[in-house]
Write a protein of this length. Sequence first.
Length: 310
Amino acid sequence: MKILLIGGTGLVGSYLLPMLIEKNHTVFAITRSDDKIKRIQNLGAFGIKGDIRNPQTFLEELPDRPDVIVLLAMPDVKLGHRITRKRKAELRKETNDFFGNSMDLAVHFNIPVILPGGTSYRTAEGEVADENWSNFRIGLTEMGIDTDGMVNHAIESGKPQVIQLNYGKIYGNGGIFRYMYEMMERGRSRIIGKGDNYIPNIHAGDAASAIIKAIEKMPVGEKFIIADDVPVTQKDFTLYMASLMNKKPPGHLPGFVVKFILGRDFYEIIRMNCKVTNAKAKKILDWQPAYPSYKEGLEAVIKEIREEKN
Ligand SMILES: NC(=O)c1ccc[n+]([C@@H]2O[C@H](COP(=O)([O-])OP(=O)(O)OC[C@H]3O[C@@H](n4cnc5c(N)ncnc54)[C@H](OP(=O)(O)O)[C@@H]3O)[C@@H](O)[C@H]2O)c1
Protein backbone atom coordinates (compact mmCIF):
# COMPACT_ATOMS: atom_id res chain seq x y z
CA MET A 1 0.00 0.00 0.00
CA LYS A 2 0.99 3.62 -0.41
CA ILE A 3 1.08 5.30 2.97
CA LEU A 4 1.25 9.00 3.74
CA LEU A 5 2.96 9.15 7.14
CA ILE A 6 2.84 12.41 9.09
CA GLY A 7 5.10 12.28 12.15
CA GLY A 8 7.23 9.35 10.99
CA THR A 9 10.41 10.75 12.55
CA GLY A 10 9.17 10.72 16.16
CA LEU A 11 9.18 8.04 18.84
CA VAL A 12 6.51 5.75 17.37
CA GLY A 13 7.45 6.67 13.81
CA SER A 14 11.04 5.52 14.29
CA TYR A 15 9.72 2.02 15.09
CA LEU A 16 6.93 2.13 12.50
CA LEU A 17 8.86 3.26 9.44
CA PRO A 18 11.19 0.22 9.25
CA MET A 19 8.20 -2.09 9.89
CA LEU A 20 6.27 -0.56 6.97
CA ILE A 21 9.27 -0.90 4.65
CA GLU A 22 9.78 -4.49 5.79
CA LYS A 23 6.13 -5.15 4.84
CA ASN A 24 6.83 -3.73 1.34
CA HIS A 25 4.63 -0.66 1.74
CA THR A 26 5.53 2.49 -0.15
CA VAL A 27 5.87 5.25 2.42
CA PHE A 28 5.76 9.01 1.86
CA ALA A 29 7.00 10.42 5.16
CA ILE A 30 6.56 14.14 5.85
CA THR A 31 9.10 16.03 7.96
CA ARG A 32 9.74 19.70 8.61
CA SER A 33 13.48 19.12 8.76
CA ASP A 34 15.92 18.86 5.84
CA ASP A 35 18.27 16.73 7.96
CA LYS A 36 15.67 14.04 8.53
CA ILE A 37 14.83 13.62 4.84
CA LYS A 38 18.11 11.77 4.21
CA ARG A 39 17.45 9.51 7.23
CA ILE A 40 13.99 8.66 5.92
CA GLN A 41 15.36 7.93 2.46
CA ASN A 42 18.09 5.69 3.88
CA LEU A 43 15.34 3.55 5.40
CA GLY A 44 13.77 3.10 1.96
CA ALA A 45 10.90 5.62 2.13
CA PHE A 46 10.22 8.88 0.28
CA GLY A 47 11.21 11.74 2.61
CA ILE A 48 9.18 14.84 1.79
CA LYS A 49 9.66 18.27 3.33
CA GLY A 50 6.42 19.66 4.66
CA ASP A 51 4.31 20.84 7.52
CA ILE A 52 0.89 19.35 8.24
CA ARG A 53 -0.28 22.77 9.40
CA ASN A 54 0.11 23.81 5.78
CA PRO A 55 -0.46 20.76 3.54
CA GLN A 56 0.12 22.86 0.41
CA THR A 57 3.83 22.68 1.36
CA PHE A 58 3.97 19.01 0.37
CA LEU A 59 0.83 18.08 -1.56
CA GLU A 60 2.42 18.64 -4.96
CA GLU A 61 5.58 16.81 -3.91
CA LEU A 62 3.76 13.51 -3.32
CA PRO A 63 4.98 11.10 -6.02
CA ASP A 64 1.62 9.29 -6.08
CA ARG A 65 -1.87 9.20 -4.57
CA PRO A 66 -1.71 7.48 -1.15
CA ASP A 67 -4.08 4.67 -0.06
CA VAL A 68 -4.12 5.62 3.61
CA ILE A 69 -2.89 8.42 5.89
CA VAL A 70 -1.25 7.73 9.25
CA LEU A 71 -1.05 10.70 11.61
CA LEU A 72 1.61 10.57 14.33
CA ALA A 73 2.54 14.24 14.59
CA MET A 74 2.64 15.74 18.05
CA PRO A 75 3.16 19.41 18.92
CA ASP A 76 6.43 20.29 20.59
CA VAL A 77 5.92 20.20 24.38
CA LYS A 78 8.96 21.31 26.36
CA LEU A 79 9.10 18.85 29.22
CA GLY A 80 10.09 20.18 32.61
CA HIS A 81 8.84 23.67 31.71
CA ARG A 82 5.68 25.31 32.98
CA ILE A 83 3.10 25.71 30.25
CA THR A 84 1.59 29.16 30.03
CA ARG A 85 -2.08 29.65 29.24
CA LYS A 86 -1.03 31.15 25.89
CA ARG A 87 1.14 28.12 25.02
CA LYS A 88 -1.65 25.74 26.01
CA ALA A 89 -4.06 27.53 23.66
CA GLU A 90 -1.43 27.30 20.89
CA LEU A 91 -0.97 23.56 21.53
CA ARG A 92 -4.72 23.03 21.28
CA LYS A 93 -4.85 25.00 18.03
CA GLU A 94 -1.86 23.07 16.65
CA THR A 95 -3.46 19.72 17.55
CA ASN A 96 -6.69 20.83 15.89
CA ASP A 97 -4.77 21.74 12.73
CA PHE A 98 -2.96 18.36 12.72
CA PHE A 99 -6.24 16.46 12.93
CA GLY A 100 -8.29 18.84 10.78
CA ASN A 101 -5.78 18.96 7.93
CA SER A 102 -5.09 15.20 8.00
CA MET A 103 -8.82 14.54 7.87
CA ASP A 104 -9.28 17.07 5.05
CA LEU A 105 -6.51 15.31 3.11
CA ALA A 106 -8.28 11.98 3.66
CA VAL A 107 -11.49 13.51 2.24
CA HIS A 108 -9.49 15.04 -0.64
CA PHE A 109 -8.01 11.66 -1.63
CA ASN A 110 -11.12 9.73 -0.51
CA ILE A 111 -8.99 7.42 1.65
CA PRO A 112 -9.05 6.40 5.34
CA VAL A 113 -6.93 8.05 8.01
CA ILE A 114 -5.48 6.40 11.13
CA LEU A 115 -5.43 8.92 13.97
CA PRO A 116 -3.66 8.90 17.34
CA GLY A 117 -5.23 9.51 20.72
CA GLY A 118 -4.53 8.89 24.39
CA THR A 119 -6.04 6.88 27.22
CA SER A 120 -7.43 9.98 28.94
CA TYR A 121 -9.96 8.17 31.09
CA ARG A 122 -10.42 8.58 34.82
CA THR A 123 -11.19 5.28 36.50
CA ALA A 124 -12.07 4.68 40.14
CA GLU A 125 -11.01 1.67 42.22
CA GLY A 126 -12.23 -1.54 40.53
CA GLU A 127 -13.09 0.18 37.21
CA VAL A 128 -11.44 -0.59 33.87
CA ALA A 129 -12.04 1.71 30.89
CA ASP A 130 -12.79 0.45 27.40
CA GLU A 131 -13.45 2.23 24.10
CA ASN A 132 -17.01 3.13 25.10
CA TRP A 133 -15.75 5.45 27.82
CA SER A 134 -15.60 9.18 27.10
CA ASN A 135 -12.30 10.94 27.54
CA PHE A 136 -11.84 12.88 30.75
CA ARG A 137 -9.81 15.87 29.63
CA ILE A 138 -7.86 17.63 32.34
CA GLY A 139 -4.53 19.47 32.47
CA LEU A 140 -2.41 19.11 29.34
CA THR A 141 -4.80 16.55 27.83
CA GLU A 142 -7.27 19.42 27.34
CA MET A 143 -5.41 20.16 24.11
CA GLY A 144 -7.38 17.21 22.64
CA ILE A 145 -10.86 18.45 23.62
CA ASP A 146 -11.78 19.64 20.12
CA THR A 147 -10.24 16.66 18.34
CA ASP A 148 -12.46 14.28 20.36
CA GLY A 149 -15.44 15.98 18.75
CA MET A 150 -13.83 15.93 15.30
CA VAL A 151 -13.13 12.19 15.52
CA ASN A 152 -16.62 11.38 16.84
CA HIS A 153 -18.19 13.42 14.07
CA ALA A 154 -16.13 11.60 11.42
CA ILE A 155 -17.12 8.25 12.89
CA GLU A 156 -20.80 9.21 12.71
CA SER A 157 -20.66 10.68 9.22
CA GLY A 158 -18.06 8.34 7.72
CA LYS A 159 -16.37 11.40 6.23
CA PRO A 160 -13.53 10.78 6.25
CA GLN A 161 -13.25 7.14 7.25
CA VAL A 162 -11.20 7.10 10.44
CA ILE A 163 -9.62 4.61 12.82
CA GLN A 164 -8.37 5.97 16.14
CA LEU A 165 -5.67 4.24 18.18
CA ASN A 166 -5.70 5.49 21.77
CA TYR A 167 -2.28 4.88 23.26
CA GLY A 168 -1.21 4.56 26.86
CA LYS A 169 2.00 6.36 27.84
CA ILE A 170 4.43 5.39 25.09
CA TYR A 171 7.95 4.41 26.11
CA GLY A 172 10.82 3.63 23.75
CA ASN A 173 14.11 4.99 22.48
CA GLY A 174 13.10 8.59 21.85
CA GLY A 175 10.55 11.28 22.56
CA ILE A 176 9.26 11.84 26.08
CA PHE A 177 10.69 8.58 27.41
CA ARG A 178 14.22 9.54 26.40
CA TYR A 179 13.80 12.63 28.59
CA MET A 180 12.64 10.41 31.49
CA TYR A 181 15.67 8.18 30.92
CA GLU A 182 18.08 11.13 31.07
CA MET A 183 16.40 12.43 34.24
CA MET A 184 16.84 9.02 35.86
CA GLU A 185 20.45 8.84 34.65
CA ARG A 186 21.17 12.20 36.34
CA GLY A 187 19.42 11.17 39.54
CA ARG A 188 16.71 13.77 38.97
CA SER A 189 13.76 11.44 38.54
CA ARG A 190 10.97 11.75 41.15
CA ILE A 191 7.74 9.99 42.05
CA ILE A 192 4.97 12.58 42.01
CA GLY A 193 2.86 12.55 45.15
CA LYS A 194 2.29 9.08 46.56
CA GLY A 195 2.66 7.57 43.09
CA ASP A 196 -0.16 5.13 43.74
CA ASN A 197 -2.06 6.09 40.58
CA TYR A 198 -2.23 3.71 37.60
CA ILE A 199 -1.04 4.91 34.19
CA PRO A 200 -1.40 2.64 31.13
CA ASN A 201 1.82 2.00 29.20
CA ILE A 202 2.81 0.73 25.79
CA HIS A 203 6.19 -0.01 24.21
CA ALA A 204 6.67 2.17 21.09
CA GLY A 205 7.24 -0.95 18.96
CA ASP A 206 3.87 -2.29 20.08
CA ALA A 207 2.23 1.07 19.38
CA ALA A 208 3.71 0.77 15.86
CA SER A 209 2.62 -2.85 15.35
CA ALA A 210 -0.98 -1.82 16.18
CA ILE A 211 -0.79 0.63 13.25
CA ILE A 212 0.43 -2.18 10.98
CA LYS A 213 -2.58 -4.26 12.07
CA ALA A 214 -4.95 -1.32 11.55
CA ILE A 215 -3.60 -0.90 7.99
CA GLU A 216 -4.06 -4.61 7.28
CA LYS A 217 -7.55 -4.98 8.82
CA MET A 218 -8.78 -1.41 8.19
CA PRO A 219 -11.73 -1.49 10.62
CA VAL A 220 -12.91 2.05 9.80
CA GLY A 221 -15.18 3.84 12.25
CA GLU A 222 -13.56 2.12 15.25
CA LYS A 223 -11.45 3.27 18.19
CA PHE A 224 -8.96 0.98 19.91
CA ILE A 225 -7.12 1.21 23.20
CA ILE A 226 -3.47 0.34 22.65
CA ALA A 227 -1.89 -0.42 26.02
CA ASP A 228 -0.12 -3.44 27.44
CA ASP A 229 -1.65 -6.17 29.61
CA VAL A 230 -0.30 -5.26 33.02
CA PRO A 231 -1.52 -2.22 34.97
CA VAL A 232 1.21 -0.53 36.98
CA THR A 233 1.32 2.47 39.26
CA GLN A 234 3.45 5.51 38.55
CA LYS A 235 5.56 4.57 41.57
CA ASP A 236 6.20 0.93 40.62
CA PHE A 237 7.07 1.86 37.03
CA THR A 238 9.60 4.46 38.24
CA LEU A 239 11.12 2.14 40.86
CA TYR A 240 11.47 -0.71 38.38
CA MET A 241 13.14 1.61 35.87
CA ALA A 242 15.55 2.81 38.58
CA SER A 243 16.44 -0.77 39.52
CA LEU A 244 17.14 -1.69 35.87
CA MET A 245 19.39 1.35 35.56
CA ASN A 246 21.16 0.59 38.87
CA LYS A 247 19.99 3.88 40.34
CA LYS A 248 18.89 4.71 43.86
CA PRO A 249 15.10 4.54 44.24
CA PRO A 250 13.84 8.05 43.39
CA GLY A 251 12.20 9.99 46.20
CA HIS A 252 8.74 11.49 46.26
CA LEU A 253 7.97 15.05 45.27
CA PRO A 254 4.82 16.43 46.91
CA GLY A 255 2.07 17.30 44.45
CA PHE A 256 1.84 20.93 45.57
CA VAL A 257 5.54 21.43 44.73
CA VAL A 258 5.02 20.04 41.21
CA LYS A 259 1.95 22.23 40.77
CA PHE A 260 3.96 25.24 41.93
CA ILE A 261 7.01 24.59 39.74
CA LEU A 262 5.59 22.95 36.62
CA GLY A 263 1.96 24.01 36.88
CA ARG A 264 -1.30 22.10 37.10
CA ASP A 265 -1.16 20.96 33.44
CA PHE A 266 1.75 18.57 33.98
CA TYR A 267 0.64 17.60 37.47
CA GLU A 268 -2.77 16.44 36.25
CA ILE A 269 -1.35 14.07 33.62
CA ILE A 270 1.20 12.53 35.96
CA ARG A 271 -1.44 12.08 38.69
CA MET A 272 -4.21 10.67 36.46
CA ASN A 273 -5.56 7.30 37.57
CA CYS A 274 -6.56 5.00 34.76
CA LYS A 275 -6.83 1.30 34.10
CA VAL A 276 -7.77 0.13 30.61
CA THR A 277 -8.46 -3.04 28.67
CA ASN A 278 -6.87 -3.82 25.30
CA ALA A 279 -9.33 -6.67 24.60
CA LYS A 280 -10.93 -4.98 21.58
CA ALA A 281 -7.58 -4.42 19.83
CA LYS A 282 -6.62 -8.04 20.44
CA LYS A 283 -9.93 -9.32 19.12
CA ILE A 284 -10.61 -7.08 16.11
CA LEU A 285 -7.09 -6.05 15.07
CA ASP A 286 -5.62 -9.42 16.01
CA TRP A 287 -2.90 -7.39 17.72
CA GLN A 288 -0.73 -8.74 20.54
CA PRO A 289 1.87 -6.69 22.36
CA ALA A 290 5.36 -8.16 22.00
CA TYR A 291 5.98 -6.64 25.46
CA PRO A 292 2.88 -7.59 27.50
CA SER A 293 4.18 -5.83 30.60
CA TYR A 294 6.30 -2.78 31.39
CA LYS A 295 8.90 -5.14 32.91
CA GLU A 296 10.16 -6.81 29.73
CA GLY A 297 9.42 -3.63 27.75
CA LEU A 298 11.55 -1.41 29.97
CA GLU A 299 14.35 -3.95 29.98
CA ALA A 300 14.44 -3.96 26.16
CA VAL A 301 14.29 -0.17 25.83
CA ILE A 302 16.97 0.53 28.41
CA LYS A 303 19.24 -1.99 26.68
CA GLU A 304 18.51 -0.30 23.34
CA ILE A 305 19.34 3.18 24.67
CA ARG A 306 22.53 1.95 26.34
CA GLU A 307 23.71 0.22 23.18
CA GLU A 308 23.06 3.38 21.18
CA LYS A 309 24.99 5.49 23.69
CA ASN A 310 28.03 3.19 23.69
N1 LIG B 1 4.25 9.72 23.59
C1 LIG B 1 3.17 9.38 24.28
O1 LIG B 1 3.25 8.97 25.46
C2 LIG B 1 1.81 9.44 23.61
C3 LIG B 1 0.69 8.99 24.33
C4 LIG B 1 -0.55 9.02 23.70
C5 LIG B 1 -0.67 9.49 22.39
N2 LIG B 1 0.44 9.93 21.74
C6 LIG B 1 0.30 10.39 20.34
O2 LIG B 1 0.98 9.45 19.52
C7 LIG B 1 1.58 10.14 18.40
C8 LIG B 1 3.03 9.75 18.31
O3 LIG B 1 3.69 10.21 19.48
P1 LIG B 1 5.28 10.26 19.56
O4 LIG B 1 5.61 10.18 21.01
O5 LIG B 1 5.86 9.29 18.58
O6 LIG B 1 5.56 11.76 19.04
P2 LIG B 1 6.98 12.51 18.94
O7 LIG B 1 8.10 11.59 19.22
O8 LIG B 1 6.90 13.77 19.73
O9 LIG B 1 7.07 12.88 17.39
C9 LIG B 1 6.54 14.04 16.93
C10 LIG B 1 6.46 13.94 15.41
O10 LIG B 1 5.59 14.98 14.98
C11 LIG B 1 6.16 15.55 13.82
N3 LIG B 1 5.63 16.91 13.72
C12 LIG B 1 5.51 17.85 14.70
N4 LIG B 1 4.97 18.97 14.19
C13 LIG B 1 4.75 18.73 12.88
C14 LIG B 1 4.20 19.51 11.84
N5 LIG B 1 3.76 20.75 12.04
N6 LIG B 1 4.12 18.96 10.58
C15 LIG B 1 4.56 17.68 10.37
N7 LIG B 1 5.08 16.89 11.33
C16 LIG B 1 5.17 17.42 12.57
C17 LIG B 1 7.65 15.49 14.04
O11 LIG B 1 8.27 15.49 12.78
P3 LIG B 1 9.50 16.47 12.33
O12 LIG B 1 10.11 17.05 13.56
O13 LIG B 1 10.43 15.53 11.59
O14 LIG B 1 8.88 17.47 11.44
C18 LIG B 1 7.79 14.12 14.71
O15 LIG B 1 7.91 13.13 13.71
C19 LIG B 1 1.34 11.62 18.61
O16 LIG B 1 0.25 12.04 17.84
C20 LIG B 1 0.97 11.73 20.07
O17 LIG B 1 0.09 12.81 20.32
C21 LIG B 1 1.67 9.91 22.31
